[in-house]
Design a protein around this ligand. Structure first.
Ligand code: GLU
Length: 483
């Protein structure tokens, strides 16, 4: 039997990390089993539809390398792959269920339902549809349909017995039918509900394995009643646990940390995000942490999927991202950094030097502008006490001497190259019997106005250029003098 799976997102906005992980696991499982990975767009809920969101889905999946074998844009034998384009396919199936007594037309209006819901709630009961239209005489149904009255079609869930299914991760799940609602299959606008469409589509597309979020665990028994009503074979179910922000909260839209795009916008690398997401709820069985997509396919197995919710740890992601950044070739680093160089206003500076000082420090690229703010503008109000540093054996007096020498020597330099700046400053230290640190500390403080900087005095002087370096050194000298 060929494995056929689907990723079935609804185009409702950006790509949630939970959805992305579902896509990833589905893809890994499919590739591992040499199956077919299908992309299906579930857009039957017109109220939640967001313009452009389908393109976001295509773009994101392509970006992270999840290639689908069948889908709206690439076609396939089971199309169309967009639910709204399949609209006409669902009603006949619903009508078949009506004929078999497994579904029925319902003409209850919203007002009537609201009233009955309010009554139930006043009595402290949870409202579920009361099968009001179930036994409407055939002739009345025909008459009201012919008169063009709005209707929905509801599933006729048995009032007794159990509905159940078996899940690869959660095991046997059974619910009492008395707890189930007669859910709507076809809505008043003629569109199927997600609940109905997913069953029809999974069957007619030959889906063998359904992987999706655990929020569908409680509905799946109802879906299985539909499979039984049609006499269809059921897919294998694999429900994935939620990704949580902490023990109580899901990653959510509101906190601005739930979407792939949030992290891309902050300058996280897609490969690092993918790698981290893969490990959220799946364990490779050893302590390996770094995986390419191909390595994930190789290592993936359903046994490694976890039953407990995964906690999203942004620090762990950031650590992993920093590792990925450090492994980039310098030209790749600079390619990623380019927009951030521009944003920071240091685009004109030497990229080779920038890469050398920034690559070991940047954990995600949005940190870059703040890290280099001193290159663009010196905070001239910096604290002169910084010139005193025990480890470098500097104090105001030593610093004054160092700055005087440095200003003269650097001023005399004709070519402003790192090697020349290096030789000048290190040469001065040697000549005067100073430790390199004693020489370089006051120079770096004067150049940067802060204690912690990417790069040292030599790189910073080189990046700033001769005029600006001398201006800052002179300013530092004056600050030490008056202090
Ligand atoms: N369209 C559903 C969603 O985006 C997919 C659920 C499923 O995979 O069956 O949540």
């Amino acid at each position: 039997m060929e494995v056929r799976t689907r990723f079935a997102p609804s185009p409702t906005g950006y790509m949630h990390l939970g959805g992305m992980r579902t896509a990833l696991y589905t893809y890994l499982f499919t590739r591992k089993n040499h199956g077919k990975f299908i992309l299906r767009i579930e857009d039957t809920d017109q109220a939640r539809y967001v313009e452009g969101a389908t393109d976001v889905i295509y773009r994101t999946l392509k970006d992270i390398g999840l290639v689908w074998d069948e889908g709206p844009d690439v076609g396939g034998d089971y199309g169309p792959y967009i639910q709204s384009e399949r609209k006409g396919m669902y009603l006949p199936y619903a009508q078949q269920l009506v004929r078999d007594g497994k579904a029925y037309y319902c003409f209850c209006t919203k007002e009537e339902l609201d009233k009955r819901r309010a009554e139930a709630e006043a009595k402290g009961e949870t409202f579920k549809y009361d099968k009001h239209c179930l036994n409407m005489p055939r002739e009345e149904v025909e008459r009201r349909l012919a008169a063009g009255e709005p209707y929905v079609i509801r599933q006729n869930v048995p009032t007794q017995g159990e509905a159940s299914f078996d899940d690869i991760i959660f095991g046997h799940i059974a619910v009492d039918c008395s707890e189930l609602d007669d859910m709507i299959l076809i809505k008043a606008d003629g569109m199927p509900t997600y609940n109905f469409a997913n069953v029809i589509d999974d069957h007619t597309m030959g889906i063998t394995h359904v992987m999706r979020g655990s929020e569908y665990l409680s509905s799946t028994p109802k879906y299985n009643l539909l499979y039984d009503a049609f006499g269809w074979e059921k897919p294998v179910y694999i429900h994935l646990t939620n990704i949580m922000r902490d023990a109580q909260h899901k990653l959510s839209k509101r906190t601005g940390d739930a979407y792939y795009e949030d992290y891309i916008a902050k300058g996280y690398l897609k490969d690092a995000i993918l790698n981290y997401i893969a490990l959220l709820g799946w364990n490779p069985g050893d302590d390996r942490e770094f995986f390419t997509l191909d390595e994930l396919i190789e290592a993936f197995s359903l046994e490694g999927l976890s039953k407990s919710p995964a906690i999203f740890d942004v620090n762990k992601l950031t650590w992993m991202n920093a590792e990925y950044i450090r492994r980039l070739e310098p030209n790749e680093f600079n390619r990623y950094a380019q927009p951030w160089y521009e944003k920071a206003g240091i685009d004109a500076m030497n990229k080779e030097t920038l890469c050398r000082i920034l690559q070991p420090r940047v954990e995600f690229f949005a940190q870059l502008p703040e890290m280099v703010d001193f290159l663009v503008k010196l905070d001239e109000e910096y604290d002169v006490a910084m010139f005193t540093n025990k480890k470098s054996k500097t104090n105001p007096e030593v610093s004054l001497g160092v700055l005087n020498m440095a200003i003269d020597a650097l001023n005399a330099l004709e070519t402003w190259e790192e090697a020349a700046i290096h030789d000048t400053l290190i040469g001065l230290a040697e000549k005067n019997g100073l430790k390199n640190g004693t020489m370089l500390w006051p120079v770096r403080i004067a150049l940067a106005g802060k204690q912690v900087t990417p790069g040292g005095a030599i790189e910073i002087a080189y990046l700033l250029g001769k005029d600006e370096s001398l201006r800052r050194l002179e300013l530092g000298r004056k600050k030490v003098l008056v202090a």
